[in-house]
Ligand binder design. Structure first.
Ligand code: PMP
Length: 435
């Protein structure tokens, strides 16, 4: 039986874990998706500016991609990686041609957490060392070890995590000090950790651009300096591209913005465009260290691999990387041109852009409240935007890469109106019903 949205909320409250939340006071019930658009049970259209948190880079139910998924489902759904099949080797070969540097061997898994977990195990096996360095504000998954290196307090189950030999350092971004100072501080902290514990640290793990941490990019030279420091202590660099991979930031992989090659690169989300598949990839040399028989039941299964192959083909054929770069710049400029007391900073790169909101003295509402108001009102106007950040006060724009300039224009003009309305409402001018 079909349920109305409020009945779905009740069922979630009854049968999901109490910790499972949702966006919006009145969340839409999404029933259909087509490229950059989503539809609710009443056929209201929404332009999707969150893409399932950077998953649906090629758009919802993209017919070109789905045709291959369906064909593969009909031909061979699943067997075991212990037998020979075509799709996963073709995908591994294809990935080797686009991954940076001499990274060419791939291990297939299903989720981002699982792939990060595998990457961290590989780093331990290769270096025969145990510890990790991680950045504040980073997010790497929900498994025991990946949560242990996650630097967002609201996600962590502190008492139950591995704390021994996991060292957090500040990310090179702060709203209270300059970028240069934040970078120097972060580098200094890494160096101190390495001096004190370097002989027992296997890797540093970081996102090249933090997603859930609030769309945080790093100063141009930061990662070069980090890599040099790590190398001097024979510590590997694991780059978590789960949210940034496959064109999102205007490069195939976000690490390319920083002109360095990591030792291990992890991808997930957008590779399957909604069909679960994830990877960790490395060099010939490091891959030799994964010396235990290991296979994932579903990792690299024929359906996910066929889908991922068509995702890569679609990205190339439709020049989505270039599209993300061009339109991302356009989106950022338009957001920067908005004038609102609630906007503290616009940041990001490609189609991964965030607005850091702020409160103002004359009102009671926090920046997180303002962010929620923006999300709710944008939804009413037909736009689903995201939110993230350590204080849940960053409005996130991570649309499918097939978004158009017109979609961006209408979203930004709606956002301008929403910000003005919120300002008027909170200052008591009573514009609320105009929305
Ligand atoms: N790493 C990053 C950067 C992520 O954004 C996420 C999920 N939001 C994960 C890892 C975990 O991925 P999954 O939920 O597929 O396990």
């Amino acid at each position: 039986m079909m349920n109305e949205p409020d009945q779905i909320v009740t069922k979630r409250q009854d049968y999901f874990f109490p910790s499972i939340g949702h966006f919006y006071q009145t969340p839409p019930k999404i029933t259909n998706g087509q490229m950059q658009y989503l539809y609710d049970h009443n056929s209201n259209e929404y332009t999707d500016f969150f893409a399932g948190v950077s998953v649906m880079n090629c758009g919802h139910s993209n017919p070109d991609i789905m045709a291959n998924t369906i064909e593969q489902l009909q031909q061979l759904q699943h067997t075991t990686t212990l037998y020979l099949t075509q799709m996963n080797v073709d995908l591994a070969e294809q990935l080797a041609s686009i991954l940076p540097g001499d990274i060419r061997r791939t291990f297939f898994c299903v989720t981002g957490s699982e792939a990060n977990e595998g990457a961290m195990a590989l780093a331990r096996m290769h270096t025969k060392k145990n510890g990790f360095i991680a950045l504040s504000g980073g997010l790497h998954g929900r498994t025991h070890l990946t949560l242990s290196v996650t630097g967002i307090p609201m996600w962590r189950l502190d008492d139950q995590l591995v704390n021994e030999n996991i060292h957090f350092v500040d990310r090179p971004h702060s709203l209270s000090i300059s970028t240069e100072e934040a970078m120097e501080q972060s580098l200094q902290q890494i160096e101190t950790v390495l001096q004190n514990h370097g002989d027992n640290i296997s890797a540093m793990i970081l996102e090249p651009i933090q997603g859930n941490g609030g769309i945080i990019t790093y100063p141009k030279d930061y990662l070069k300096k980090v890599k040099a420091l790590l190398e001097s202590y024979e510590v590997l660099l694991i780059v978590d591209e789960v949210q940034t991979g496959y064109g999102r930031t205007g490069k195939m992989f976000a690490i390319e913005h920083y002109d360095i090659v990591p030792d291990i690169i992890v991808t997930a989300k957008a590779l399957g465009n909604g069909i679960p598949i994830s990877t960790f990839s490395t060099t010939n040399e490091i891959a030799q260290s994964f010396n235990k028989p290991s296979a994932s039941t579903f990792g690299g299964n024929p359906v996910a691999s066929a889908t991922a192959l068509s995702v890569l083909k679609y990205i190339e054929k439709n020049e989505l990387v270039q599209h993300a770069q061009g339109l991302g710049g356009y989106l950022k400029e338009k957001l920067q041109s908005l004038s609102s007391p609630f906007i503290q900073e616009v940041r990001g790169i490609g189609l991964m852009v965030g607005i850091q909101t702020q409160s103002v003295d004359s009102i009671e509402q926090s920046s997180a409240d303002i962010t929620d108001m923006v999300l709710e009102k944008m939804k009413q106007l037909g736009f689903l935007v995201g939110k993230n950040g350590l204080n849940r006060d960053v409005i996130a724009f991570q649309p499918p890469l097939v978004i158009t300039k017109e979609d961006i224009d209408s979203m930004v003009s709606s956002l301008e109106r929403v910000l003005e309305e919120i300002e008027s409402t909170l200052k008591g001018d009573g514009f609320e019903n105009d929305c």
